[in-house]
Design a binder for this molecule. Sequence first.
Ligand SMILES: Nc1ncnc2c1ncn2[C@@H]1O[C@H](COP(=O)(O)OP(=O)(O)O)[C@@H](O)[C@H]1O
Ligand SMILES: [Mg+2]
Length: 351
Amino acid sequence: MITFEGVTKTFADGTKGVDNLSLTINSGEFFVLIGPSGCGKTTTMKMINRLIDPTEGVIKIDDDRVQDVNINKLRWNIGYVLQQIALFPNMTIAENIAVVPEMMKWKKTEIQSRVDELLNMVGLKPEQFRDRMPNELSGGQQQRIGVARALAWNPNIILMDEPFSALDPISREQLQEDIRNLQKEIKKTIVFVTHDMDEALHLGEKICMMRDGAAVQIGTPEELLTNPKDEFVQQFIGSRALKKGKTSSENKIRSFINKSSSYLRPEIDELDEQLQFTTKPDGSLNQTYFQSVHRTDVQAVSGDYTAKDAYTTLQKLEIPAIPVVEDEMIIGTISYEDLARMAAEGSVASK
Ligand SMILES: Nc1ncnc2c1ncn2[C@@H]1O[C@H](COP(=O)(O)OP(=O)(O)O)[C@@H](O)[C@H]1O
Ligand SMILES: [Mg+2]
């Protein structure tokens, strides 16, 4: 657990980077700091591993104040991934990943197997990548190496400062998906900085919305979406806000269903026996008979669901999209993206 108690950082020129910030990050939590440029996200993060020291207040990891912990010991407990990770250009990928384990004097064989394990973990084939040089990797692949390097010696806490913001949208989405799955698997405490609300909503278990060095609202993605605390949060969430408990027809997911979704395949494959699945020549989905809609273990929602209920279902099942069933037919799927689009169009329409 990481706690900030009344933490302020005033820089030498008088700028308040962080202003009386209090928050709690639970162990194993994916915690996102979000806010506009200059609101203090990086400063907050750097105070955790003491790249910056606070002027006032206390930061603790579990029961230890970070000021009191030996700085090497502190940093060895914390991995750090930056926006533009700097790999050493003259070292191979394996050597780049192994920098800290080498410093810690791990055995050669131990290091080798850890490097391969990490490359697999971040989705790169060890035999293909371990001996390459950094300039032989794409931006997305280099960023994956940055993640592998931060995990190398198995620290309990990973700090990630806008790690994906320099990437193209496809690499970015892939890495988001991977880091989300990875975190579920390895259960590290991840503090993740972004200025991108979609990224925050997708990844965060807890989101801290910052402004002028202070926390404006801390909560789950659902809490922020359904109950933004003030106008600032509302603006940042913008079109994504889900109207709460509305039953009007524009709040039903029915008209926002994706009818030619690639998301549907895995669901279909899983439910093979119960489905008759055909596509039209253009690849879109034909009405599909769904025999077992009344079974309770089938993962599907109805077109009558509200955006909020569909959102909650996706969160609960931890899947990116879900089949939508009407009259015992699968008529398409609904995903986070569809819900965001729905919220956007809904708010435009209501203005
Ligand atoms: N070394 C510094 N000296 C003076 N001001 C700084 C320094 N570092 C950051 N700041 C200021 O502190 C505020 C917060 O910065 P930062 O934490 O980097 O914001 P963010 O990461 O949210 O964009 C900004 O106004 C920034 O200009
Ligand atoms: Mg920053």
